[in-house]
Design a protein. Structure first.
Length: 335
């Protein structure tokens, strides 16, 4: 049996589509249970959950006071009885073939985790774009750990897990964001093999005003805390000779965070920039960045005063847009 855990908080606008997509999955190969965890909703989502359970005996509902998505997922883990786990967000939905396909991939490859590609669904425009991996590939958990963030995502949705790999893992309830990434790292270290499929079967809704896409200094610290844990686990798993490179990659990620915050409408504040600098300073200083152009540039950029950093970002964006425009330009030729 697959236990599908869905944390629900004020999701009345999206919940019906999510649950119906789960109910309509092809379950010929494996049974399912759907665990809806109502995390103190105030918009009628809890009552909707009870209504779904009344119609389908595969659906179970947990009601609890609002404690956050991590506490909701942990409550679902406690309730789950399946040998396999899947996590779905209440504003997302899935392809009818997702369970059958992921289960088959897992069995054929003897993997502990089976992951599919996904679709980005823009709530504002309705545009749907695939985010498929370049190819279907089987990796060890250790190999996957190294490629997280660059080639593979670190969210728990869109994946089928063997339950036993979650034996000592829970979601961190003190984090406002990146809580699933932290759990992902722990599960990966317990996994022997992961099968990554290029077939997109999960629909991820991009909502501009959602919790995930609403930045704050607390969330930035949470993201950087998780990224620091990731760097630490990489250093534990790989030889010391590679540790400087892990630090340099980390500094480049800090720079990318600063650029993203500058461009997303939230605006990079001096508080945010100081937070990023704190983490950059813990990577060994400028000397260790001299052989890595990306890290050297990123480190210097983070030292700039906030107004100059904003100017730098504008110049980078302009240069990228100009390069794209020039690559698409074709000179007019007279016949």
């Amino acid at each position: 049996m697959v236990s599908i855990i869905v944390p629900v908080f004020n999701a009345s606008k999206y919940l019906a589509k999510c649950v119906e997509s789960l109910r309509n999955m092809d379950t010929a190969l494996v049974d399912i249970e759907i665990i809806l965890v109502d995390d103190g909703s105030t918009d009628g989502s809890g009552e909707m959950c009870d209504g779904f359970a009344a119609k389908d005996n595969r659906i179970h509902v947990i009601h609890q006071a609002n404690q956050g998505v991590s506490a909701a997922r942990n409550a679902g883990l406690t309730k789950a009885i399946g040998d396999y786990l899947m996590f779905v967000d209440s504003d997302d939905y899935v392809d009818p073939d997702i369970i059958r396909y992921l289960y088959q991939c897992m069995m054929r490859s003897d993997a502990d985790i089976s992951v599919c590609g996904f679709w980005f669904v823009d709530e504002r425009t309705g545009e749907i774009n695939p985010c498929a991996y370049a190819k279907t590939v089987k990796l060890t958990g250790r190999e996957t750990l190294r490629l997280i963030g660059d080639e593979f995502h670190s969210s728990v949705w869109g994946a089928l897990f063997k339950r036993e790999k979650w034996a000592n893992v829970q979601f961190c309830e003190s984090l406002l964001t990146s809580e699933d990434s932290l759990a992902w790292f722990s599960v990966l270290q317990a996994a022997d093999f992961v099968i990554w499929s290029k077939k997109p079967l999960y629909y991820y809704l991009v909502r501009p005003n959602s919790t995930v896409h609403t930045p704050s200094p607390k969330k930035l610290r949470d993201v950087l805390f998780v990224d620091t844990i990731y760097k630490r686990e990489l250093k534990r798993a790989f030889p010391k000779a590679e540790h400087v490179q892990f630090d340099n990659d980390y500094v480049f990620r800090l720079f990318r965070w600063a650029v993203a915050l500058t461009r997303n409408g939230y605006g990079l504040s001096s508080i945010d920039l100081n937070i990023l600098r704190e983490y950059a300073f813990d990577t060994g200083g400028l000397f260790y960045k001299l052989h890595d152009g990306r890290a050297f540039f990123s480190y210097i950029a983070l030292l700039l005063p906030l107004p100059l950093f904003r100017v730098l970002v504008c110049c980078i964006v302009l240069a990228i847009e100009t390069r794209i425009m020039m690559s698409q330009w074709r000179p007019f030729r007279r016949r």
